[in-house]
Design a protein around this ligand. Sequence first.
Ligand code: AMP
Length: 161
Amino acid sequence: MIDQPIQTMLMQAHGQWIILANIVANVMVNNDCYHAFLVLTKIGYSKIPVLDKDQHLCGLLSLSMITERMLDTDHIAPENLRRMKVKDVMQTDFRVVEDPDDLDEVMHLLVDDSFVPVVSDERTFTGIITRRELLKRVNYLAHNFDDCFETTKRPQDSSSQ
Ligand code: AMP
């Protein structure tokens, strides 16, 4: 449970909390890996969502998941990628949130991952929340808490010292 003053300050509008789906780079589940390799290389993001034709979130795809499939025993074989679909190499075991304002959950997930996908109840992809956006707000909180709230230090519990 996050203390209310902290929650209030983190959720004050400073910009978009969610990067909406229409501006999140993605690949389609039935794209071949050669195409996905070009997309990932060009956009410069290390991991992106994988969607189906109805905008459902099916997986996540990183450059390393693809490059691993290019490695033959003694050489690099990019032609392998033409034979593989994104759905054959994508990560399917990952966490999502349905409520982007569930800060407790979002913060826990962003400890391990650089972004968390947001979906609707039918797993339609809504957007992502990034660790960068959270850190911007933590930075704001750290520098402005005193301007918004009065705090007094509790007496130390001597048994815990
Ligand atoms: P950032 O905190 O902005 O570096 O973003 C963290 C991660 O979120 C990136 O490495 C990408 O995996 C993902 N990401 C951020 N913005 C986008 C975007 N517009 N499209 C696709 N993925 C994104």
